[in-house]
Design a protein around this ligand. Sequence first.
Ligand SMILES: CCCCCCCCCCCCCCCC(=O)SCCNC(=O)CCNC(=O)[C@H](O)C(C)(C)COP(=O)(O)OP(=O)(O)OC[C@H]1O[C@@H](n2cnc3c(N)ncnc32)[C@H](O)[C@@H]1OP(=O)(O)O
Ligand SMILES: NC(=O)C1=CN([C@@H]2O[C@H](COP(=O)(O)OP(=O)(O)OC[C@H]3O[C@@H](n4cnc5c(N)ncnc54)[C@H](OP(=O)(O)O)[C@@H]3O)[C@@H](O)[C@H]2O)C=CC1
Length: 551
Amino acid sequence: MSTELSEGQGLDGLGEQATNGKTRQSDICSGTTGGSMVSIAEYYAGKNVLITGATGFMGKVLVEKLLRSCPEVKALYLLVRPKAGQSMQQRVSDMMKCKLFDRVREDNPDFHQKIIPISSELIQPGLAISPEDVERLTACINIVFHCAATIRFDEPLKHALQLNVIATQKLLSLAQQMHHLEAFIHISTAYANCNRRHIDEVIYPPPVEPKKLIESLEWMDDGIVRDITPRLIGTRPNTYTYTKALAEYVVQQEQDKLNIGIIRPSIVGASWQEPFPGWIDNFNGPSGVFIAAGKGILRTMRANNDAVADLIPVDVVINLTLAAGWYTAVHRPKNAVVYNCTTGGINPFHWGEIEHHVMSSFKRNPLEQAFRRPNANITSNYLINQYWILVSHKFPALIYDLFLRLSGQKPQMMRIFNRLHKAIGLLEYFSSQDWEWNSENMTMLMNQLTPEDRKTFNFDVRQLNWPEYIENYCIGTKKYVLNEDMSDIPAARQHLRKLRNIRYTFNTLLVVFIWRVFIARSQMARNIWYFVVSLCFKFLSYFRASSTITN
Ligand SMILES: CCCCCCCCCCCCCCCC(=O)SCCNC(=O)CCNC(=O)[C@H](O)C(C)(C)COP(=O)(O)OP(=O)(O)OC[C@H]1O[C@@H](n2cnc3c(N)ncnc32)[C@H](O)[C@@H]1OP(=O)(O)O
Ligand SMILES: NC(=O)C1=CN([C@@H]2O[C@H](COP(=O)(O)OP(=O)(O)OC[C@H]3O[C@@H](n4cnc5c(N)ncnc54)[C@H](OP(=O)(O)O)[C@@H]3O)[C@@H](O)[C@H]2O)C=CC1
């Protein structure tokens, strides 16, 4: 079935009345922002903020930080869609109940009054925002943070284009109608240009003119699009990075009309410090890999030990995003400013080191009901990896499934491994090579902040202590993703000891079995075997005799 690309239709009601927001807002706001003397929290005071993707991983942290560190913010308008049988109000109210908001709740129990959910399905015409809501938003919004995207690596091109590019275009059109807009902040990814080794803080020419691509894909059915996708994305690994690159270009096209900042985070991981260390709520990127390794399921993965693991904590990304919003609105740079939000050039850490710290952390703080003892190894060698997949993934899965079948249960391990292999297969591109990001704008932005803001909105990754961060990250996956209780750690350790004993017993039986088979075929093996057995027997007799004499 063909998915409709409704660009023209989608812009109806948004784009028509578009005006040149930049000129107009400069007139309105020139007196209100007092240059760089205004602190970040002071800037956001009294402001109406529009956020897309607020129910997602980064969006939630953005909402939380704004409410906590900019308590005078006037209101947060969240574009949310109903999903999985839940209304958008229900989703937002569930979100606000989650642990992430504990600190805000403590500071201000009525914080929910500042949150205004707006029903919106971004891939629908006009973003599916009601005319009344469009009017409301255009009248009051001061800053837009556009976080929504599909981040799936296997997303069909048409859908990725609809959400990551066309919806961004529609949002830009809406933004241009906003009478008091001061900044439009777009969240991109450091991997949008992963077809390059060195990436500067500039928008590179798009692989194809987005408008032309949208027009061509409109008449193609999904099958044809699937067939031509590899040709279109070229040396990029997936539709995600490809469409994020197109989106950057689309955003840049509006730089004459809007004040734009583009944030390019690398691999976003658990929080470093805020609201508490190790907060994470999903399996994306490395988190799923860490969990699979901690559960003893993942034993091998293709990654380069010496390649830089460009992880960036989510709170760092959000602090930089809020600072960029402030800077964009206050300084109104002529062109869109791109911020490569990465760690590799400033405080590098490597995949080999990550492996070491993840493994030792899960040994100290084991996950419950591990399949095997955590012991994952990474290798850049394809054949070695395939060997370990066979020996350490497929063989144990086969045995376990056999055991499940024999005990009348449904086999499941092979299915889990197949899904895991699909997931890590999609991630390997990022863990097997190095990129070099220039992050001068991140440094420039830091230098613009007051000492107080530098502390409150800390994105100085030079201070990041990696081993400590990874330890908190692993504990975070246990506490917040798997909802496991820390008080169960002794039982989990006991379980690991049991697994170790099972492994020793299994290995011993295996050696004996192989040896017996060998003995049956070789006279020399038989002689050695009898020699060893008689030696053991003599030793035991001696031991027994000497203990009888002593008694
Ligand atoms: C100790 C070792 C150190 C070395 C460690 C190297 C780490 C090397 C990381 C590089 C990381 C680059 C990141 C680029 C930086 C961006 O640009 S960030 C954007 C990041 N985007 C993502 O990470 C999305 C990737 N995920 C996907 O595209 C989809 O989830 C997948 C993998 C295609 C699977 O889709 P699906 O089959 O429809 O199903 P889905 O419900 O999504 O998940 C299915 C199963 O896969 C599991 N899964 C999902 N994601 C993962 C994952 N990342 N890992 C494992 N399992 C996963 C789920 O838990 C789930 O398991 P069950 O709960 O069903 O048992
Ligand atoms: N996570 C990472 O490692 C990185 C992320 N990024 C970028 O950061 C941004 C946020 O990523 P992250 O928070 O991890 O992603 P998530 O997948 O956690 O969140 C995506 C958000 O987009 C919303 N969304 C998706 N489709 C629609 C739609 N059709 N209509 C309305 N809303 C929709 C989701 O809403 P819903 O809950 O309804 O599905 C959700 O709130 C993205 O732009 C991503 O490209 C960049 C680099 C790394």
